[in-house]
Ligand binder design. Structure first.
Ligand code: ATP
Ligand code: MG
Length: 401
């Protein structure tokens, strides 16, 4: 593993500015871990001995993101970098968040409060890697291990037990034995962690290269403390293909593919998911197990039930789920028919029908529900025979109804 990290120029600049004002500063946490692994860090966090007001005095453009926790965002061009003062987390009274934050002049104290050894390393060009807790060794042997006593660290913040599994799934690492054992013991404390934070971790887990490791959430005994519906998901869990695109709704639908639509929706609502994801997963789980016959009418009918984007997701999901050769061949045929339907621009939705409500009222249909029913009926006719989608034809057809 190379110990030389390429720090982006703006991060380098922030660190050297702080240094030139007499403060210590390092890149820290996830960005150091990911760089050492040759992964591209999502963001670069900086830790410094400077107090928030001192950080603000050094840089022209800053945003007060979390002053109480010691975090100031320094703007470099359009990108913001979080600069956080070295701190010790005060007592965790509720097992959720520290009741107070204490600043410290010591980098080591700051690293000690972090969750896992691989997340507790700092780096600067001047000093190289600061690794006080064996993070490098654990990166090399691919291990998730708490900094210090697992029981203590998990008691401070129970979300960490879910983070352990999430990092294991993202990095393909094993969880060290004592850390793993402590997860089971602290699992009941998850009940006090906010559903939003839990959902964020589960989603990251499902979006990872090892989505199947969500099984660990059950094996460790965490599931009953996540939510009632989450605990009720049928076992054994279905295969979740890591080759599915890393799209939130798709991965959740793959996880929930064997659940009734209502159960999937209830689960996501319990975890306070956003409505867009709930609606996508609702439709994907509804249609995932339904066979799409390889004839054009059946394909058009399915397409007409959802947006084109969701339909493409459904096909990907089905592809990832089907195991038997004849079913796979049928799906290939469905894909071929889908392409034909799209290239001939067949009408699939009410909005593409050659008549609208006003046309029908003019043709003598009573305004109100009847108009809607008539439009639906016409759409069904057009799904069977796209050639009928002409105004005259449809109005004539209506008389035969
Ligand atoms: P990612 O950004 O991919 O989620 P990350 O490691 O950067 O991974 P963040 O949640 O961004 O994770 O946190 C940044 C750093 O802050 C972590 O690397 C870790 O050092 C520390 N940290 C974050 N959450 C906790 C926590 N709950 N307990 C202890 N330390 C934490
Ligand atoms: Mg991060």
């Amino acid at each position: 593993m190379s110990e030389v990290i390429q720090i982006p120029a703006p991060v380098e600049h922030i660190i050297s500015q702080l240094n030139s004002h007499g403060y210590q500063a390092y890149a820290v946490g996830g960005c150091v871990r990911d760089s050492l692994l040759g992964r591209i860090p999502e963001d670069w966090d900086i830790t410094t001995s400077a107090r928030p007001e001192q950080v603000k005095a050094v840089f022209r453009r800053t945003v007060d993101t979390g002053i109480a926790h010691g975090t100031v965002t320094v703007m470099e061009g359009k990108t913001g970098y979080e600069v956080t003062t070295y701190r010790i987390d005060g007592k965790y009274e509720d097992g959720r968040h520290p009741s107070q934050v204490i600043f410290t002049p010591s980098l080591l104290e700051d690293l000690r409060r972090r969750d896992f050894t691989i997340n507790a390393m700092a780096y600067s060009k001047e000093e190289g890697i600061v690794d006080a807790f064996g993070g490098m060794k654990d990166l090399e042997s691919k291990v998730i291990r708490c900094v210090g006593s697992p029981i203590e660290r998990f008691t401070e913040d129970a979300l960490r037990i879910l983070r352990a599994v999430r990092f294991s799934a993202q990095l393909g690492f094993e969880i060290e034995k004592d850390t793993y054992k402590a997860i089971g013991e602290i699992a009941p404390n998850l009940g006090r962690v906010s559903k939003e934070r839990i959902l964020t971790e589960l989603t990251k887990l499902l979006l990872s290269d090892h989505p199947e490791r969500i099984a660990m959430v059950y094996e460790t005994g965490m599931a009953p403390h996540i939510s009632r519906q989450f605990a009720a998901v049928a076992q054994p869990l279905p295969y979740i293909s890591p080759s599915l695109p890393q799209k939130k709704s798709l991965r959740w639908a793959a996880f929930l593919q064997n659940e009734p639509e209502e159960a999937a929706v209830r689960l996501l609502k319990e975890l306070k998911s956003d409505n867009d994801t709930i609606n996508r997963v609702r439709i994907l789980t509804r249609w995932c197990r339904a066979e799409i016959l390889s004839d054009k009418t059946a394909v058009r009918r399915t397409m007409s039930q959802m947006t084109p984007e969701l339909y493409d997701d459904l096909i990907l999901l089905k592809e990832s789920v089907l195991r038997e050769e004849p079913e796979k061949e049928q799906l290939e045929e469905v894909k071929r028919l889908t392409a034909e339907i799209r290239s001939s621009r067949d009408c699939l939705y009410l909005k593409d029908l050659a008549v609208n409500g006003r046309d029908l009222i003019e043709a003598g249909i009573t305004p109100g529900r009847e108009v809607g029913d008539a439009l639906e009926w016409l759409l069904e006719e057009v799904l069977k025979e796209p050639g009928k989608n002409r105004k005259e034809t449809l109005l004539k057809l209506l008389k035969t109804r």
